[in-house]
Design a binder for this molecule. Structure first.
Ligand SMILES: Cc1cc2nc3c(=O)[nH]c(=O)nc-3n(C[C@H](O)[C@H](O)[C@H](O)COP(=O)(O)OP(=O)(O)OC[C@H]3O[C@@H](n4cnc5c(N)ncnc54)[C@H](O)[C@@H]3O)c2cc1C
Length: 464
């Protein structure tokens, strides 16, 4: 294999300025957001069109060189980090919104558009693209689809998988699959786009997506509520769903320990409640009609019955944004504070309280010094059940990390849950996957990989 030759061909394909080989210029692409994984690729290639992506992938196939696709590099499982020697294919320059069809409630965006850019294009057309997460200014729609991202409004609108109507994908041999349909109904056999969504770049490169849009809600109500237990929080969600149905757009859980980390790291942010309930809920309801009275009514009954201990309803957009700031600063606050063992589990909503009670007890028995910093998307049964230790030596204690992780994952598994609700598998959970997927599921996944990527060149060492 002559890498010099490959580099020359790549430079011909995308222009010499778009093939980076210097250590300094490649460094930002070679590590992940948490700084947990590192690798030096052979080069970083930055194509600007689907045809250029196809040519790059064709060349890599001809030279037998692995390819790592990278969008905004905000993934939390090391999926976009090279392991060493691959061609790192950055999608950042494929950043055009190709078309918006307001009447069809759809748009077509290239993979390297940031999520925020897609949201803005929808807003400009009087529509809503509801996928929303704290990294949306940097994360790309291609990365969102490749990881089947969830975020803050899954409860109402579904995750990335449910928001995709069609895809354009460069396959591992360089062929382009033109699947940018914009249909809600299309029963013509296997739904191929779903194979590439959540595949973390192991089956092909998503170059563009046709996305589902929604009506912009004209009325939004944001509230911050306190509760004594997760059981109360889950019961409150039930009351709200019974009371206002579809209007519940977000229902975020924040443990008091998680809020304390935010308060510590970002002292300028105002805490909404005077007291310190064990659990906080950030609630958002939205729709076409005013809803203040009906939501307030449900919250008032919840206070009366003791499900809610305290509540603040935002009275201005600025106040609503301030409440969201608290929620969105949790990952960054945790990062600044130092090492934590992160978990991204989901269980049926009805079993969340049991999960937390069992996991807290089992961890405290084994690790009396552990601090559980828990927050998540309760409406989706998804908790970021993170563990912090005062002693920094715990960060490098692989045995401790594995034991704590197994406790959390085993309990999630026993309750019918998953070890990865929305962040994916990447490098972080690759080994763990074999513990929690059945042999039949794993063999079907491997058969799919083998049939689409027989050379095994797409993002090797990730997911499978
Ligand atoms: C502060 C913060 C908050 C977050 N909050 C959430 C949250 O609420 N919900 C959530 O789900 N995630 C969240 N994440 C994780 C992350 O933002 C998402 O996984 C996001 O979807 C990744 O997008 P990206 O463009 O950064 O992808 P990258 O990190 O670049 O890549 C992620 C994976 O997708 C592959 N990939 C990227 N682009 C393509 C493509 N075009 N074709 C094929 N494969 C591709 C990569 O190879 C890699 O395996 C958060 C991350 C941060 C840092």
């Amino acid at each position: 294999m002559n890498h010099g030759n490959l580099l020359t061909h790549l430079a011909e394909a995308v222009g010499p300025g778009q093939v980076l080989t210097g250590a300094d210029e490649m460094a930002p692409f070679g590590t992940d957001w948490r700084g947990r994984y590192r690798g030096t690729p052979l080069c970083v290639v930055r194509p600007a069109t689907t045809a250029e992506v196809a040519r790059v992938v064709q060349l890599c196939a001809a030279f037998g060189t692995p390819v790592v696709p990278q969008g905004g590099n905000t993934g939390l499982c090391g999926g976009a980090t090279p392991r060493g020697g691959e061609v790192l294919l950055s999608l950042a320059r494929l950043n055009h919104v190709r078309s918006v069809d307001a009447a069809n409630y759809s748009l077509v965006a290239e993979a390297g558009c940031t999520l925020m850019r897609v949201q803005q294009a929808a807003t400009d057309a009087g529509r809503l693209f509801p996928l929303s997460l704290a990294a949306e200014g940097t994360a790309t729609i291609g990365g969102n689809l490749a990881t089947n991202a969830g975020g803050l409004q899954v409860l109402r609108y579904g995750n990335a998988r449910e928001l995709a109507l069609g895809l354009e994908v460069v396959l591992p041999d360089g062929q382009v699959w033109h699947g940018l349909r914009a249909l809600r109904k299309d029963n013509t056999g296997y739904d191929l786009k779903q194979v590439f969504i959540g595949a973390e770049g192991t089956l092909g490169i998503i170059t563009a997506a046709s996305l589902r849009l929604f009506a912009q809600p004209r009325h939004v109500l944001t509230a911050w509520l306190g509760a004594d237990s997760i059981a109360d929080v889950v019961a409150l969600l039930g009351c709200l769903r019974d009371g206002v149905g579809e209007l519940v757009t977000a229902f975020e859980l924040i443990g008091d320990a998680a809020l304390s980390v935010v308060a510590q790291q970002f002292p300028d942010l105002q805490l909404p409640l005077r007291g310190k309930p064990a659990w906080h809920v950030l609630l958002e309801c939205s729709g076409g009609m005013p809803m203040q009275d009906v939501v307030s009514g449900v919250v008032a009954s919840a206070i009366e019955s003791g499900l809610v201990t305290d509540a603040v309803l935002a009275t201005s957009l600025a106040q609503a944004e301030a409440l969201w700031q608290l929620r969105e600063h949790i990952p960054e606050a945790q990062k600044r504070r130092g090492f934590s063992i992160k978990h991204d589990i989901a269980v049926p909503i009805s079993r969340l309280a049991e999960f937390v009670a069992r996991a807290d007890a089992a961890l405290l028995r084994q690790f009396p010094q552990v601090e559980v910093v828990c927050f998540g998307h309760v409406g989706d049964g998804n908790l970021h059940y993170n563990l912090a230790f005062a002693d920094p030596a715990c960060a490098t204690d692989a045995d401790l990390v594995a034991r704590a992780t197994n406790i959390v994952h085993d309990i999630a598994g026993e309750l019918g849950g998953t070890i990865s609700a929305e962040h994916g598998i990447g490098q972080l959970k690759r080994e763990m996957l074999t513990r929690y997927k059945s042999p039949l599921e794993l063999s079907l996944m491997r058969a799919l990989k083998q049939s689409i990527d027989p050379q095994g060149l797409m993002n090797p060492g990730k997911l499978l």
